[in-house]
Design a protein around this ligand. Structure first.
Ligand code: HEC
Length: 138
């Protein structure tokens, strides 16, 4: 084996370790990673209190009174129930559901859908950060 191929192999090994640790970081994401993201998107100071008022605030959308509680309920350590399909929704409190806020793509997907349905618009980075703080605080 000549020197160059050894070097190439070592670089390939280092690269795959780098990729593995990146993938590991994505899997092990937490609410705090999301908070950093939302801060970078223009959010300010996030508080659980603001998250709770946002969560329970009622909005007139498509002629209905809607809020995050419509499907998730007010006690986030308990399961919710989908307003349209009746499907059970796992608890949203981090303390009651270890899977909550661990998959950034999933979180973004649901924020996207749920904010549009509830508010008729996207949530802001500030609102999302406040909700994350609230879910972490329970
Ligand atoms: C029409 C029903 C409905 C409403 C209203 C609703 N949600 Fe959801 N939400 C869901 C469902 C269903 C899921 C997916 C649950 C699952 O698969 O674990 C979900 C998941 C989420 C998640 C992902 C949590 C995670 O890490 O897995 C977040 C965050 C969320 N909702 C926030 C909100 C917020 C904020 C509001 C109010 C603006 C809201 N939801 C209103 C039905 C709803």
């Amino acid at each position: 084996m000549n020197h160059n191929s050894t070097k190439t192999r070592m670089m390939a090994a280092a690269l795959s370790i780098g990729i593995a640790s990146l993938a590991g970081a994505a899997v092990a994401a937490t609410g705090d990673d999301l908070l950093a993201t939302y801060k970078g998107q223009g959010g300010g100071t996030f508080t659980a209190a603001a998250g709770q008022s946002f969560w329970t605030a009622k909005h007139q959308t498509e002629g209905e009174s809607r809020s995050c509680t419509t499907c998730h309920g007010t006690d986030l350590k308990q399961s919710g129930k989908h307003a349209k399909t009746g499907k059970v929704i796992d608890p949203m409190a981090v303390s009651a559901n270890s899977k909550v806020l661990t998959d950034p793509a999933k979180v973004e997907k649901w924020f996207g859908r749920n904010c549009k349905w509830t508010l008729g618009r996207e949530c802001t980075a500030q609102e999302k950060g406040d909700v994350v703080k609230y879910l972490q605080s329970l």
